[in-house]
Unconditional design. Structure first.
Length: 61
């Protein structure tokens, strides 16, 4: 019962598009310092992929 209520809540939240999106970029060394359990190569790859992305939101019909 709780699972179903949580699922409905998350579906409701996911149905709304954000009005404002703030993307914070940090260098690889800072990211690695914040996540020392990750490999530096992994953090570097994520940072490069993130920098190359261009978010496009779906338009409501």
């Amino acid at each position: 019962m709780l699972r179903q209520r949580e699922l409905k809540l998350y579906q409701w939240m996911a149905s709304y598009l954000p009005v404002l999106l703030i993307r914070l970029g940090i260098d690889e060394q800072t990211a690695f310092a914040r996540k020392p359990d990750h490999q530096l190569a992994s953090v570097t790859g994520k940072n490069r992929r993130y920098a190359a992305t261009d978010i496009q939101w779906r338009k409501d019909p």
